[in-house]
Design a protein around this ligand. Structure first.
Ligand code: BES
Ligand code: ZN
Length: 458
């Protein structure tokens, strides 16, 4: 990226905030020139082509949680980490996902367009169609629904309660129709052994059938639900650990640099989040042989897109002692789009913390100051929830290709990648290098430089 001339940087720094000292209050930091020299140990080693090439490799296919493609990506990442000499580990974890069933509904031998109610059991039913209003117990009390298919209108009580009430009364299947226009994409909330097969119809179709039945007509129906259910799937985190180089002088503290390697279905996920994954890999390479007194864990998480599952699994796997020793977590997610805004930092509570302080100071030294704001949609969340200072590094506003098939390599900007790698690399090295004091947990050791809250966030 284009950098400011060194003198201009110094001048700007002294005018706005004095010396951008980024650490402990009691211990004077080196002069800015010396800090710049330390940053350069990282900055000069970063090779943005490595990041770009890893994005190219990773984004050759979607890496959906639980698929072989995700697992292939994890193996690729591990092979990179171990080629730099790290102790590495692929940590598998399981999760459940819901497989949509195929549905068919006929009424008086005519096929209807029906939709799924998530968590319906599979099954087949054939019999008379009966209308039972809103499907409350009182609606069902006066009618014989035994082995019949019950037509119920949406409203007042949950879909699950409607299905349970009908099942309790002896129904063989349930058809719920919408009480508004548009298709009904409902859920029964969770699987339940007492459910009978349940499907959904549009308001127009449902009202028509209800009117026929109110007219006293007898209508036969069939409902078939097949192939749905809960699937057990496996995803994995990839972990590379850089132990302190001098055991005797080690701080006993840990820093985590993370990203997620999975993507959403149908998207190459070049920016989300091959960009963060590849930047994590490059920072691991750059730091592999640097002297450090703080443990650094480079981690790429699986199954982020389906609920931050990898990072939750990782944090759960940590002992209390490890949690206490982790002093900061840097999450890199969507850090390379040429069509997105500036690099920003997001915390779960919208407040500054030691991670944002370090990166803001690094930004002032290496490039530009960063803004911060509040956002919770990435793998920094489980760390925050465990009491660990954490921040998401991302460009804001987001590019239009987010979660689309267009999130591809051609949209990636090397300048954006370079800036992120420099700032995060310099921030991490600031605490990991042996000559800076350990961070005091909970007491924010770095003296914050001036950086602004972003109004509005994303
Ligand atoms: N990288 C996104 C999160 C994101 C996107 C944050 C745009 C800020 C702006 C992430 O991979 C994602 O999509 N997360 C999920 C949330 C998760 C809890 C399933 C999302 O936002 O849908
Ligand atoms: Zn993401």
């Amino acid at each position: 990226m284009k950098r400011k001339p060194f003198m201009a940087l110094l001048l700007a720094a002294s005018l706005t905030m004095g010396i951008p000292a980024a650490y402990a209050k009691d211990v004077p930091g080196p002069a800015p020139q010396a800090q710049q020299a330390f940053d350069n140990k990282i900055v000069k080693r970063i090779n943005v082509d490595n990041i770009y090439n890893d994005i190219k490799h990773l984004s050759s296919e979607p890496r959906v949680a639980g698929t072989e493609a995700e697992s292939r990506a994890a193996q690729y990442i591990e092979s990179k980490f171990s080629s730099f000499g790290y102790e590495t580990e692929i940590q598998p974890f399981t999760f459940e996902s819901y497989q949509e069933p195929t549905i068919s509904v006929t009424v008086a031998d005519a096929a209807m367009t029906a939709s799924n109610l998530t968590y319906t059991p599979n099954g087949e039913a054939a019999g008379e169609l009966v209308y039972a209003g809103l499907g409350q117990a009182s609606d069902l009390a006066g009618i014989d629904v035994t082995d019949k298919i019950v037509l119920i209108k949406r409203g007042d009580i949950s879909f699950a309660d409607k299905v349970l009430n009908a099942a309790e009364a002896g129904a063989s299947a349930v058809i719920i129709f919408n009480n508004t226009t548009g298709s009904l994409n409902g859920t029964l909330g969770a699987p339940n052994d007492n459910f009978v097969p349940a499907v959904a119809l549009s308001q127009a179709d449902g009202e028509k059938l209800a009117a026929f039945l109110a007219d006293g007509q007898t209508i036969s129906a069939t409902v078939e639900v097949a192939g749905g259910g809960i699937l057990q799937q496996t995803s994995q985190n990839v972990v590379a650990v850089k132990k302190p180089t001098n055991k005797k002088k080690a701080t006993n503290q840990i820093i985590v640099v993370g990203a997620h390697h999975d993507s959403v279905p149908g998207s190459p996920g070049a920016n989300d989040d091959a960009s963060g994954t590849a930047t994590t890999i490059e920072l691991a390479r750059v730091m592999a042989n640097m002297p450090t007194d703080t443990e650094i864990r480079f981690i790429t998480f699986g199954a982020e897109e389906v609920g931050l599952l990898g990072s939750y699994a990782y944090v759960e796997s940590l002992s209390q002692d490890e949690r206490d020793r982790i002093v900061g977590m840097f999450q890199l997610d969507m850090v390379g789009s040429g069509d997105a805004g500036d690099l920003v930092m997001f915390t779960v509570d919208g407040e500054k913390n030691v991670v944002t302080d370090l990166a803001a100071a690094a930004g002032v030294r290496t490039a530009n100051p960063l803004g911060y704001g509040q956002e919770s949609r990435s793998d920094h969340v489980p760390f925050h929830n465990a009491g660990i200072p954490a921040a998401l590094f991302i460009h804001s506003p987001t590019e239009p290709w987010y979660h689309t098939p267009q999130d591809s390599l051609d949209k990636i900007s090397k300048a954006k990648l370079q800036e992120t790698a420099e700032i995060v690399g310099a921030a991490v090295y600031q605490i990991a290098r042996p000559d800076t004091p350990a961070l005091e947990r909970a007491k924010v050791a770095p003296k914050p430089v001036q950086y602004e809250k972003i109004v509005g966030g994303l």
